[in-house]
Design a protein around this ligand. Structure first.
Ligand code: C2E
Ligand code: MG
Ligand code: MG
Ligand code: MG
Length: 279
């Protein structure tokens, strides 16, 4: 450790260090302005049934329409938004957009919204959700809040919040299931309606045994299971053989803006249920 420090105990200057720090500061400032100006768009990725690919709903995934850098994915800005606290107004925006959008979908289709720890830790989060539901007219059971293990380690306050959300009728999904450090203990202590098998455990990249065991676990607990990141027909077939009835992934559809997506076309009534096939 001491060897990493220069004379006098100061960390020795390394090229790029200052540039990176400046970049972070600039990103934070740009994000604050972007939240004010609502430079964000929400894309929707279909969630479908196996094996027939019927559309059951979609996951809302935020993108930043950056004035210079173009459309940025969450990997480029969500952690900065979490560090600065800007995820709170940004998440509120996504929640508002997604509930308003999904209220217009027919056939009881659901929308899932990703939520960060900073949002869940706020006492007014359930009230925000209730307001978004009321203003959009979306029935609570058609909204799923997706949390990850790191979101949920907030202790008792977070668990109370999850219970309040459930009391509203909102569903809770445990995202990226299997990648966390204590997803099993979380499952035992948190009220959860759905688990999303992380894409690294989808047969192909992962062994069948893990995907199969996660499904058995979900069944034993009376929880719904969704397989994420399904990229090929072969993977979809294997998951179906293992007993999965719900899936999401590039094989079925990429995240897209609401306008022009299958889910919107389904609303306009051209195709009411078998939306995966046909034009
Ligand atoms: P996630 O919630 O696990 O979402 C799934 C991610 O996997 C999305 O990445 C999606 O585009 C990608 N994906 C879907 N199908 C496939 C596939 O077949 N193959 C591969 N390789 N990838 C696939 P995206 O949109 O870049 O989002 C990344 C993460 O950012 C999300 O992971 C979620 O944790 C976070 N995120 C997205 N939107 C929000 C938001 O509104 N709020 C918060 N707090 N986090 C968000
Ligand atoms: Mg998710
Ligand atoms: Mg995931
Ligand atoms: Mg994730």
């Amino acid at each position: 450790q001491a060897k990493a420090l220069g004379e006098g105990g100061f960390q020795r200057y390394r090229p790029g260090m200052e540039a990176r720090a400046n970049q972070r500061v600039r990103l934070a400032a740009e994000l604050a302005a972007a939240v004010d100006e609502e430079q964000f768009v929400v894309h929707y990725q279909p969630v479908v049934t196996l094996p027939d690919g019927r559309l059951t709903g979609a996951e809302a995934l935020v993108r930043w329409q950056h004035p210079v850098r173009g459309l940025l994915g969450p990997g480029e800005f969500v952690s900065a938004a979490e560090e600065t606290g800007l995820i709170v107004p940004l998440g509120r925006y996504v929640l508002r957009e997604a509930t308003r959008e999904a209220a217009g979908w027919d056939g009881g289709r659901t929308v899932a919204v990703n939520v960060s720890a900073r949002q869940l830790q706020r006492e007014d989060f359930p009230a925000d959700v209730a307001a978004a539901l009321r203003d959009s007219g979306l029935p609570a059971h058609r909204l799923t809040v997706e949390i990850t293990e790191s979101t949920a380690v907030g202790g008792g306050a977070t668990q109370d919040t999850l219970r309040e959300l459930r009391a509203l009728g909102v569903r809770i999904a445990l995202d990226d299931f299997g990648t966390g450090q204590s997803t099993l203990s979380l499952l035992a202590s948190c009220p959860v309606d759905q688990i999303k098998l992380d894409r690294s455990f989808v047969p192909g990249p992962g062994p069948d045994a893990i995907a199969g065991a996660v499904l058995q676990l979900a069944r034993a607990l009376g929880i719904e299971a969704v397989a994420e990141g399904v990229e090929t027909a072969h993977q979809a077939r294997r998951l179906h053989e293992l007993g999965y009835t719900l899936a999401q992934g590039y094989h079925f559809g990429r995240p897209e803006p609401a306008a022009g997506t299958r889910i919107r076309r389904a609303v306009t009534g051209l195709t009411s249920s078998r939306t995966m096939v046909g034009p």
